[in-house]
Design a binder for this molecule. Structure first.
Ligand code: SRM
Ligand code: SF4
Length: 584
């Protein structure tokens, strides 16, 4: 296994994973207009909470039943968490209601019981709009993680967010107060809630940015969580829901895989956004977002988000959980039908799409790792590589110190699970680059294949995982690197199961965990290999290339793929002709 600390174009495609390959010109569905009764809202407001109406309760999924049995937001808004945290764990387990509290309802508070792999401990997921965090917040989280000793660690997630681990229930009320003091919230970050709003990690510092996404992602987060107090209007969605605001030509924000993406566009001299809707991944279906044919001025980012969310909340079905993401509703209503439901919820607005898209289509995606000049004279940002997103308590405390000492006390998290230190005075760059954390662990200049390496949590902590991901991703990449040299980074993503939190379908090479058999017929951990995922304006979801490859047989296959598809050169050849960059 890796030495890194993990505790404290044209190979044949076999089968596309996509049932629906939606292109911008294609709308989502065959669209016979829905009958009027289908458009009757399925939820109603009762005592401040949104509840599924009696007539729509037939055939609902188990998660909907848990929500009906007891409103999850009561744990938040009526400080039910204080009572729960005071009950001994054994007692909690003895009642279905409190067991569902810890396994399901606490996810509304961002707390995920790691029943299978870390029994009695929780992962806590924050909300970190645009991936921006302060040194004070990072230090606080680091101190919490530190208090859990060998059980604690943290991750940078694929939604540019922090997750911390090891948390024990009795400490939760105190941690929540601590989060509040440093301006953080973990509210509404799991289950049927809106996830962390993603934005350009270089917002406000990038000389080439289209728009600073931070004000928009902040507004969205404030609206969705009512400034961290909890917004019950959107805590009973049919399923999870992802949003991003695009501010870069690089499309660092992955608009094509969000349920709602704001694409910068001018209209009649006004700045605003065209909307894409319905992008998502799930085990049974993955779909790219499609245009909604709606443009809103910048100041209507929140009202239109509200309208889209209300349409989804009111009309989305709540049966088979594999068919409840927003794209399924768009399919059912047809894109026009869905659009008219959104428009209905924004009365009096002219919403026609703008043709003045501001994203440059021919843009070559930049590398943000390393040192780069900011738009502010004399300042630079330094992108550092966090191997597979894993961070220890001491790393967090040290990162906070570096942000204070060399920057402006701020850190940026990225969807590739890396970190950016912005606002470093050019005169201080050398000293920062000499810091042991950057020299020894989080390099600004990692090996070329490490640059694009992403891995989800995997079976170290995640109960849904089929395989171990993070350590294996590092190990395979290190092995492959010994055998080939490359001139350009290749983005390799690992995900422990078909939920695809590690987004294998956007990777150049994706590895999705499965069980398979080795050459002796013995059951072993394996992966389905995906190829050809593209990000940027010519986005394309990767296709399944090879099924059920035993993890132990992966290195030679990856080496072959890199040579045949990505111009890699075997190390021996490279040494002979001396043409390629060697020491990466
Ligand atoms: Fe995810 C469920 C981790 C991004 C699709 N995801 C889970 C759970 C909560 C399962 C569980 O209870 O253990 C995982 C927690 C494991 C743990 O202990 O960390 C988990 N997902 C993650 C993270 C941490 C992966 C990472 O290593 O970075 C990411 C957290 C993002 C965040 O800050 O909020 C994460 N998950 C994603 C993404 C990527 C994205 O949003 O761009 C996806 C695919 C995109 C999408 O959702 O459309 C994703 N996660 C899922 C799904 C499948 C959803 C579906 O519609 O079927 C599940 C399972 C579910 O919701 O039933 C899931
Ligand atoms: Fe867990 Fe599967 Fe998501 Fe990985 S992809 S974090 S294994 S649910």
């Amino acid at each position: 296994m890796s030495s890194l600390q993990l505790l404290p174009p044209s190979l044949p495609a076999i089968r596309s994973n996509r049932r629906l390959r939606a292109s911008p010109s294609q709308t989502a569905a065959p669209s016979a207009p829905p009958d009027a009764s289908r458009l009757e809202p399925r939820v109603e407001e009762r005592d401040g909470y949104w509840v599924l109406k009696e007539e729509f309760r037939q055939g609902i999924n188990p998660q909907e039943k848990v929500k009906l049995e007891k409103e999850p937001m009561k744990l938040v808004l009526e400080r039910g968490i204080d009572e729960l945290a005071a009950i001994p764990f054994k007692e909690i387990e003895s009642s279905k209601l409190t067991k569902d509290d810890i396994d399901v309802r606490l996810k509304w508070l961002g707390l995920f019981h790691r029943r299978k792999h870390q029994y009695g401990r929780f992962m806590m997921r924050l909300k970190l709009p645009n991936g921006v965090t302060t040194s004070e917040q990072t230090r606080y989280l680091g101190i919490v993680v530190l208090s859990y000793g060998e059980h604690g660690c943290a991750d940078v997630t694929t939604r540019q967010n922090w997750q911390i681990r090891g948390v024990e229930l009795p400490h939760v009320p105190e941690i929540l107060d601590g989060l509040d003091r440093v301006g953080l919230t973990s509210l509404q970050s799991g289950m049927d809630n809106v996830r962390n709003p993603v934005g350009n990690p270089l917002a406000g510092i990038d000389p080439h940015e289209i728009v600073d996404t931070r004000p928009y992602t902040n507004l969205l987060s404030q609206f969705i969580t009512a400034n961290g107090r909890g917004n019950t209007d959107f805590t009973n969605l049919p399923r999870k829901w992802n949003v991003c605001v695009v501010g870069s030509h690089d499309l660092f924000e992955h608009p094509h895989i969000n349920d709602l993406a704001y694409m910068p566009a001018m209209k009649n001299g006004r700045f605003g956004f065209n909307l894409l809707v319905g992008g998502f991944f799930s085990p049974k279906r993955c779909a790219e977002a499609v245009p909604l044919d709606v443009w809103v001025p910048g100041e209507d980012v929140v009202p239109v988000c509200k309208a889209v969310l209300e349409a989804y909340r009111d009309l989305g079905t709540r049966g088979n959980r594999q068919k409840t993401r927003m794209m399924w509703l768009i399919d059912e209503l047809g894109i026009e039908g869905f659009r008219s439901e959104v428009v209905k919820r924004m009365p009096g607005q002219e919403l026609e799409r703008s043709s003045e898209d501001m994203v440059q289509k021919q843009w070559e995606r930049r590398d943000y790792l390393g040192v780069h000049p900011q738009k502010q004279a004399g300042l630079s940002f330094v992108g550092i590589h966090v191997p597979v997103g894993r961070v220890q308590a001491q790393d967090m405390i040290e990162l906070a110190r570096l942000a204070d000492e060399y920057g402006s006390g701020e850190l940026r998290l990225t969807v590739e699970q890396n970190i950016i230190i912005p606002n470093v005075k050019n005169s201080q760059l050398e000293a920062l680059l000499r810091e042991p954390l950057l020299k020894e662990r989080f390099s600004p200049e990692p090996a070329i294949l490490m640059k694009g390496l992403v891995a989800c949590t995997g079976n170290q902590f995640c109960g849904q995982a089929i395989i171990e991901t993070k350590a294996r991703a590092l190990q395979v990449t290190e092995e492959v690197q010994k055998r080939v040299a490359l001139e350009h980074p290749v983005r390799m993503h690992w995900t422990g199961c078909p939920n695809t939190c590690g987004q294998v379908q956007v990777a150049d090479i994706g590895f999705m965990g499965c069980m398979t058999r080795d050459k002796n017929g013995k059951v072993c951990e394996g992966v389905d290999v995906y190829l050809g995922g593209r990000i940027g304006s010519d986005s394309h979801l990767g296709d399944l290339f090879k099924k059920g490859v035993p993890c132990n047989d992966l290195v030679p296959l990856v080496v072959d793929i890199l040579i045949e598809q990505f111009g890699a050169v075997p190390r021996e050849m490279e040494e002979e002709d001396g043409e390629h960059e060697g020491g990466n």
